[in-house]
Design a protein around this ligand. Sequence first.
Ligand SMILES: [Zn+2]
Length: 384
Amino acid sequence: MSDELEVVRLALIRQAAWRAPAALALTPVLAEVRADPNNPREPPTLAVDAYWRLYWCPQALARWSTQEAAAVLWHECEHLLRRHHARAEALDAYPELWNLAVDAEINDDLPGLPADGVTPKKLRLPEGLLAEEYYKLLLANKSPRVKVIHGSGAGLEAGPWELGAPSVQAPGLSEAAGRLVEARVARAIQGHPATGRGEVPGFWKQWAQAVVTPEPPERWDRLLRSFVAGTFAAGREDYTYARPRKRGLTHGLILPGLVRHQPRIALCVDTSGSMSGEGSAVLSTAEAICRVLGAVTLVAGDAAVAAVGQVRGAADVRAKALGGGGTDMRVLLAQALRLRPDVVVVITDGDTPWPEVRPRVPVVVVLTTQPLSPPPSWARVVTI
Ligand SMILES: [Zn+2]
């Protein structure tokens, strides 16, 4: 029944064996998916749902060469590996624009696709961005020029052909089973020979590293990722396509490996005399933040800036966090803002004057103790 599909699946695995765990995890479902469900003259296409089901029909595959069809099949796998479904929910994205955004995220570095695929170039947008960034730019343009339907697995509302949650009659993968597929692909990538057929692109190596790396401390992970997502999604409400936001955060959905443009974090560390007993709290917080983001820019000091520089973990912070005098975080914040960061994190005991005006980027204040007077209302406060 599904020989045509198996030929394509085999071609995909032959190209790059590390893609096999994803390609084999797809449950094929015969269905005719039209780019426009109301228009029977639209050519059929492929679609996935959030349960790793692939909706396909022989006419859809017949449109393409085997190599093109293999690229489209991998494109569908990428929707699932990149968690486009959950990311759309978190953003409460307008479906048609979101589908363009996710296709642009996938297709900018996927060779072998048929000529009618969505690319950043066709949307007149830069390459190498996250779907959230493309979405924001598309909102600003307000003019989707290409229509694509790739099912709820890409983050669209479920198509009429979809089977819903998995059951005995309609098997599919649960969210947990989907995570296991991700882990299998990541292990296949890490075990793949460095040279030869099906060389793993740099992006997927980073992705695999992020999948197999144990989660950093939950609180920092969640908090910083929410700022990462917030940075990219900011301003959505300003446009006519915007709908009311259901959830505020996309925490846990954007793996660090997916973020090709890491947000710039400035980490201000209060090294005043009153912080002398807080060394371990400061270092463990700095370590947790670096584990989420790789590297941050440290601004250390007391009432004056003592050190500025890139740090990759607690050891670097320990070497640079010099001070011991009075406290004025206004000085450190001013220095941090000159670095044009996306987010500023300040670790302090809180006994400091603060700027009277809200800084132009989000500020997270990490308090090592309960201060006499709380930080200003524009700061997001975390007590450790
Ligand atoms: Zn797609």
